[in-house]
Design a protein around this ligand. Structure first.
Ligand code: SF4
Length: 466
């Protein structure tokens, strides 16, 4: 499970060269897409854009300009769902000026709340689950008086053959598997995204090659449990090596791996393939075996600790990040203390930290009392946030004075007295701010002058190429 990201509006259109596109017809309907949730959802939005562009729609950057407004949603946390319903109600208000506008809710929340949405948000015209995106143009044609729904799970749907319309830039996502078979007791993802399925190797390599042709230099392989990828005889580690060999690709990342599936071969690929980045987001969730068992996570703390030891001995300078949930069912002070101790011991570079809230339909919602008081959850969360801030700050500070390779992702300024700055990331995934103008899509060596808990700040550029 990945962290929830902030709301993103429509990214600039960047159709790749491979999939044939119908040119928008004169008078073609315009679409505004807004995305909530994890990187998988952001990648799905690129898929949706391709499907809509291919059907002759044109994309716009503002909801006020749209004939069709689509919200691609997340179901991982309840507050995200509440926020989407509020946002849909607000967008419904635009109908005062555009009475024929179509409003749709897509994605995980649409899947989870299909039965309730017509009652909770009667102004929504279209409800489409993650396995029904191919039918979106057809479903849009059917909208009218009553809401149109398609939330069927299609076990074979992997969207092979559809080239995502990627954002322009030097980084890109490639979804390599969809769904999840793990059924962690707190998680709604397997219910909304369906069972695990891996894309064919050829499809993935072609997508990566086409992304490289359009200027992508860093590719992130995505999957709910990305390292459980298997297609025919190809394992995840095999795939990593093949993706790393695609001409034009300088860096390969992947997210999110599951600790129970992290093989020695994958660690070996991380250690030995230069373009596979030394960064890993490995969700631990808790430092207590009792909690991990209740969560149905499928590993123990000792197993996780063993992975960290192997990773750190084989991959020097590895940046390790994680997810932690506090206040899960039955979490005692002693369980919580074990989580704190593990965080102190492992010293993650960063962490997404959450307090538990039950999700309807999950094993925990059905069978485990949500018995940690809200105030205790909050207090535990605040304590680990403070702890992680300190550790992140200390780990970043250790980079001071070092020369790091930065792939420049964006530049801003100079303007109105503000000097130019460039933004990028190191192979470890550390955010870097560099003074001065740089060229997006190039790698530069930067001397780290100072650091914060979240950023390295570089003052000088040593050379144009590492
Ligand atoms: S591995 Fe667990 S937490 Fe992650 S998506 Fe699957 S069920 Fe959810």
């Amino acid at each position: 499970m990945s962290d929830e990201l902030p709301v993103l509006g429509q990214a600039p259109s960047a159709p790749g060269p491979a999939a044939p596109l119908a040119a928008p017809r004169p008078g073609a309907r315009s679409v505004y897409l807004e995305t909530y949730g994890c990187q998988m959802n952001l990648a799905d939005t690129e898929l949706l854009r391709r499907i809509l562009l291919g059907a002759g729609y044109r994309m716009v950057d503002a909801p006020e300009d749209a004939d069709v407004i689509l919200l691609n949603t997340c179901a991982v946390r309840e507050h995200a769902e509440t926020r989407v319903i509020g946002r849909a109600a607000q967008l419904h208000g635009l109908r005062r000026h555009r009475p024929g506008m179509t409003l749709g809710v897509l994605g995980c929340m649409a899947q989870r709340l299909a039965a309730e949405l017509p009652r909770r948000a009667p102004f929504v015209d279209l409800v489409v689950g993650p396995d029904a995106y191919r039918r979106l143009p057809e479903l849009l044609e059917q909208t009218g008086e009553d809401a149109v729904l398609d939330v069927r799970h299609r076990r074979g749907e992997d969207y092979a053959g559809i080239e995502p319309a990627r954002r322009q830039g030097c980084t890109g996502w490639v979804t390599i598997m969809r769904g999840c078979d793990r059924f962690c007791s707190f998680c709604v993802v397997p219910f909304v995204r369906g069972r695990e399925r891996s894309l064919p190797v050829r499809e993935i390599l072609d997508q990566v090659a086409r992304a490289a042709e359009t200027g992508v230099r860093e590719v992130t392989l995505l999957g709910q449990t990305v390292n459980s990828y298997r297609h025919g005889g190809t394992s995840f580690a095999d795939l990593l090596r093949q993706v790393a060999a695609v001409p034009g690709i300088w860096r390969v990342r992947f997210t999110s791996p599951h600790p129970a599936d992290l093989s020695a071969d994958t660690i070996e690929a991380l250690a030995s393939v230069p373009s596979v980045c030394p960064s890993l987001h490995l969700p631990v969730q808790s430092g207590s075996d009792a909690q991990l068992a209740l969560m149905h996570r499928g590993y123990t703390v000792a197993h996780y600790r063993g992975l960290v030891e192997q990773l750190r001995s084989r991959v020097p300078d590895l940046a390790l990040t994680t997810d932690v949930v506090v206040g899960f069912c039955g979490e005692t002070d002693a369980d919580y203390a074990l989580t704190v101790a593990l965080m102190e011991e492992v010293r993650f570079d960063g962490a997404f930290l959450f307090k538990y809230s039950p999700r309807e339909g999950t094993h925990a919602w059905r069978h485990l009392p949500d018995d940690v008081p809200a105030a205790t959850k909050q207090e535990r969360l605040e304590r680990i946030i403070a702890l992680q801030e300190r550790i992140s700050e200390e780990r970043n500070r250790a980079w001071t004075g070092r020369s790091v390779e930065v792939l420049i992702e964006a530049c801003s300024g100079p303007s109105a007295g503000t000097p130019a700055t460039a933004h990028g990331r190191t192979p470890q995934g550390k955010n870097v701010v560099v003074a001065g103008e740089q060229v997006v899509g190039t790698r530069v060596q930067v001397r780290v002058a100072r650091t914060t808990a979240h950023t390295l700040i570089g003052t000088g550029v040593d050379s144009d190429e590492p």
